[in-house]
Design a protein around this ligand. Structure first.
Ligand SMILES: Cc1cc2nc3c(=O)[nH]c(=O)nc-3n(C[C@H](O)[C@H](O)[C@H](O)COP(=O)(O)O)c2cc1C
Length: 328
């Protein structure tokens, strides 16, 4: 069993203490040969821009923004990605910075996960290769599709939740593309001094329980989310809801479609997500497939017209020579 801890916080800070608490609890009940690795996300060297080679596994989705000169910066992404691929259990613990996750964690996520590891895209490539008899791919589909479970822990210094809205919702975005199933998540508030998490026995206990739970769910294809809170959305179990037309709503975290329901006779509004609406969630393969179809449709309609703007693109590129501020 491979257990991977990812921390987005300060060295030996609150997020790390929480993470190590969960890892220790996991180690206590894991098989004796279980291996634990811990990565400080801010220590990972990540190129500032996409490389041309990054576009390969992303169906061209980021081709145009790749930077041909970004080849000399150190790049630890392959090593960390391998650790994520091989892990059975991943625990991500992050502080809240300015109401959201640290930018460095988001940068790692954007540069490494997302479309690069999208299982719907990979299944599409696999189908295309089978249909055309192309056996040239060296992609390790078996490893990509293996079941993995994750636990999320967010730590904020503010007393209430009004300064932490984008913590857990953004941490989710790290895992859905690879189909890693989040089975437990929680947020701690009021953790405002270095190490003060050690004064919060309830938070440490939640971390221990998260570690134990993940070991019990590791390797399972279909796992059930275990809380501690069930939340409004039945897929991501969070509460960030986008209000749309009429009584329609969308889960901001995972994209499930639902509607407000006013309970008759009661002063109570609930949100209902039916079977069809749940299929839009990026936590389902159907939801990711819908997005794949959508981006292929968009790119397909734009590609034949790109020659029209070739000169304009050159014009904007050349403005760099006049205006671009360069950093060493
Ligand atoms: C730049 C910065 C911004 C912060 N913004 C928030 C915030 O918006 N909401 C909040 O609850 N705490 C905020 N905090 C407090 C941290 O989340 C809190 O101190 C946390 O325990 C730090 O975790 P660490 O020790 O793992 O780094 C912020 C801290 C820093 C350094």
């Amino acid at each position: 069993m491979q257990i991977l801890g990812l921390s987005g916080g300060s060295p030996n800070g609150n997020s790390e203490i929480l993470l190590k608490t969960a890892l220790q609890a996991a180690q206590e009940i894991a098989p004796p040969d279980a291996q634990i690795h811990f990565v400080r996300v801010p220590d990972i060297s990540i190129p500032r821009h996409f490389r041309v080679s990054d576009a390969k596994s992303a169906q061209g989705a980021i081709e145009q923004s790749a930077d041909p000169s970004a080849t000399n910066e150190p790049d630890d992404r392959p090593f960390v990605l391998r650790a994520i691929m091989e892990a059975d259990i991943i625990i991500l613990s992050c502080p809240i910075y300015t109401r959201t996750i640290p930018g460095i964690v988001k940068h790692f996520q954007d540069m490494t996960m997302g479309p690069f590891q999208d299982t719907a895209m990979a299944r599409h490539r696999q189908r295309m290769a089978a249909a055309t008899g192309d056996s040239s791919s060296d992609e390790d589909f078996e490893l990509l599709f293996k079941p993995r479970v994750a636990g999320l822990m967010a730590v904020g210094g503010a007393a209430g939740t009004d300064w932490t809205p984008f913590g857990l919702p953004l941490m989710h975005q790290m895992f859905f593309s690879m189909g890693i199933q989040v089975v437990s998540q929680f947020q701690v508030n009021g953790c405002g001094l270095p190490g003060s998490i050690l004064l919060d026995a309830a938070a440490l206990e939640k971390a221990r329980q998260l570690g134990v739970l993940l070991v019990s769910q590791a390797g399972k294809q279909d796992v059930t989310f275990q809380g501690p809170q069930q939340g409004t959305c039945p897929l991501c179990h969070l509460d960030m809801i986008v209000v749309k037309d009429g009584n329609e709503v969308e889960c901001a975290t995972c994209g499930a479609q639902g509607r407000f329901v006013v309970e008759p006779g009661e002063n109570l509004v609930t949100v209902e997500f039916n079977e069809e609406g749940r299929k839009s969630s990026v936590l389902t393969e159907t939801g990711k497939d819908l997005h794949l179809q959508e981006i292929m449709r968009v790119a397909g309609s734009l590609r034949p017209r790109m020659a029209e703007v070739a000169d304009s693109r050159e014009h904007f590129k050349k403005l760099d020579t006049e205006w671009l501020v360069k950093f060493s």
